[in-house]
Design a protein. Structure first.
Length: 211
């Protein structure tokens, strides 16, 4: 097993092992709520919200970074949409995926899509949205767009240094862990024989994968 494959396997194992206990926390909080805990409802709400988000993120990262025994295994679009929601939607930044109908994506295709989502999300500032446009009858082309939104007198703008990472091939050794998706996205595209292109228009950045 090569070093990148080993790293993917480790990521997949970590996510796999943590999903169950985090899910148990969510279920436990729900059970306590049913029984009743008096004045601790606010605290239980915080625990439940955090545990639910942690569980959703683990499911997302397992696809984005983990390895799969069968890269041809399919994942339905509504499932991917729900998991993408957990990463993107934070109140100030929202996900726009208006149509999740269409054929399921293979696991390797979903991995590329999630890495595209992560790269676009990282390029945004404090406010904005990320939109997904998938081919209705196939896996490609797929386009993910990040658009920054201004607030008051503050203009809408992307993080130029982060957005530029999509136009280059950064060395993984030079990237902080929070931006590691930029070192993986082109390799994921190459495995699928997919061409990645980027378009920037003002406060908008699009990543397009064409098969």
């Amino acid at each position: 097993m090569t070093e990148p494959d080993l790293a993917s396997a480790i990521s997949s194992r970590i996510c796999h092992d943590l999903v169950s206990p985090v899910g148990a926390i969510v279920n436990g909080v729900d059970l306590i709520r049913e029984i009743g805990m008096g004045d601790f409802q606010d605290e239980l709400g915080m625990i439940s919200q955090s545990a639910t988000r942690a569980s959703s993120l683990l499911q997302f990262y397992r696809i984005a970074f983990g390895t799969a025994e069968d890269n041809d295994a399919e994942i339905a679009r509504p499932v991917l949409q729900n998991q993408a929601q957990s990463l993107i939607d934070t109140g100030r930044i929202s996900l726009e995926w208006p149509d999740a109908s269409g054929p399921a994506l293979k696991r390797a295709e979903a991995r590329l899509l999630f890495q595209m989502l992560m790269c676009c999300r990282a390029s945004l500032g404090m406010r904005g949205f990320v939109s997904v446009d998938l081919a209705p009858t196939g896996s490609f082309p797929v386009s993910v767009t990040a658009e920054a939104v201004g607030l008051g007198e503050n203009p809408a703008e992307l993080n130029p240094d982060i957005a530029r990472l999509l136009e280059t091939e950064p060395d993984a050794a030079t990237l902080p862990p929070r931006l590691i998706e930029f070192a993986l996205i082109r390799a994921s595209a190459a495995r699928l024989n997919v061409v990645l292109t980027t378009e920037r228009h003002g406060a908008s950045l699009s990543v397009i994968a064409t098969g």
